[in-house]
Design a protein around this ligand. Sequence first.
Ligand SMILES: Cc1cc2nc3c(=O)[nH]c(=O)nc-3n(C[C@H](O)[C@H](O)[C@H](O)COP(=O)(O)OP(=O)(O)OC[C@H]3O[C@@H](n4cnc5c(N)ncnc54)[C@H](O)[C@@H]3O)c2cc1C
Length: 418
Amino acid sequence: MNVKPIPTVDQRINDIRMRTAEIVNDDILPNEAKIWGFRRGGNGTGDDVARKEARQLRDDIKAKVKKAGLWAPHLPQEYGGMGLDFMTHAYMNEVLAYAIGAASLFGVVAPNSGNQTILVKYGTEEQKQKWLLPLIDGTMESGFSMTEPHNPGSDPRSLDTSAVRDGDEWVINGHKWFTSNGLAADFFIVMCRVQDEAGDGGSTGRMAQIIVPTDTPGVNIVRGIGIWGRDSSDHCEVVYENVRVPLDNILGQVGQGHQAAQDRLGAGRIFHCMNSVGQMWRAFDLMIERARTRKVHGGLLKDKQFIQGFIADSYIDIQTSRLMTIHAAEKIDQNDKEARTDISALKVYVPDAYHRVVDRAIQVWGAAGVSNDLPLAGMYMGARTLRLADGPDEVHKILIAKNVLGRYDAGETWDFGN
Ligand SMILES: Cc1cc2nc3c(=O)[nH]c(=O)nc-3n(C[C@H](O)[C@H](O)[C@H](O)COP(=O)(O)OP(=O)(O)OC[C@H]3O[C@@H](n4cnc5c(N)ncnc54)[C@H](O)[C@@H]3O)c2cc1C
């Protein structure tokens, strides 16, 4: 990966980028097949030696990342992270996401990372000791259980998993699905509607997020839902049947659940886009590598105008995506409330651009493009899925239009400079 210092950003950001690129180039890319290879071996079983070697390689890289001070960019320093602002994180992440799965080697693993952020913000000291620190150490896994099969996930106010206070316990009943990391998780953060609060409080006023250990009686993990033609995945369907947990397991207050979910998803959306930029960069390099070497009909692909069009369109897609991502990150850091409009705009634009870039790279590689020898097929599925996860395109477009029209209705016009 070709990363040089950027003249317009400060020394610290360049330093972080260059050190990240060094690990990506020296340690991850040359070993990528070994680090993750066993997963691509068809049914994911691989042989024991390969698994052991893969684990050792991952542990060695993680140790090097920690030593270089590049661990957990999303977490505050007091919790062992880098304490980066969003903009610095965006500049770092486009580099580390170039390598497949590299985020996990730098201590960022969804959904754990999102749950860590929520626990940092809303957790009590006791909750932090019990759930956050083991999550950061990697001795615990977690999931975020919000979406329900019988209600639209794009309208979280429709969720009806209930939490009823009974003595000093919550009793939770509900049906969730697509709870990612569900098979490995030690606990879920479950989005519930609290039913016994006095007063109305509005339809989002009584939402709560409650920590539920997965070994609590009544937590039934029905299945890992098969996606993209695979028999199963770790995106789980979970039925909560009279699940009892202590009242202390609530995160924040009753009524803060909706805001906590928005905090989590807002940050998650921009992280997804930072990752997409790095992955597009990789797909772009792969596309050009093939175009420069593959001869068809008497000439190299790079000399065909169709392919030059692919290269130019992809360049535009990537550069637009990264500038939008950095711009939104900058606005978040400034606590600009208009950042919501920019986050939605990039959540619509970037996954679609990512999808287009990977699609072109696959086309240039021909059959090899959809093979497991290259990371492109996985990227393609990831890009498509991103247009649904964390809010489908349509919901974000509605929000953009609402914010823009609201400004005009208030007698102003839009200022694209701010
Ligand atoms: C791989 C994967 C992992 C996931 N992980 C998690 C997880 O860990 N935890 C979790 O809780 N959830 C998770 N989800 C669920 C995800 O957040 C939801 O799928 C998403 O919020 C959309 O909800 P839905 O699937 O119920 O679609 P629906 O809400 O039913 O929407 C279906 C479609 O309707 C359209 N639509 C929606 N609203 C409007 C509108 N107002 N106007 C016009 N069209 C509209 C959109 O095209 C949308 O795609 C995951 C999903 C996937 C695919």
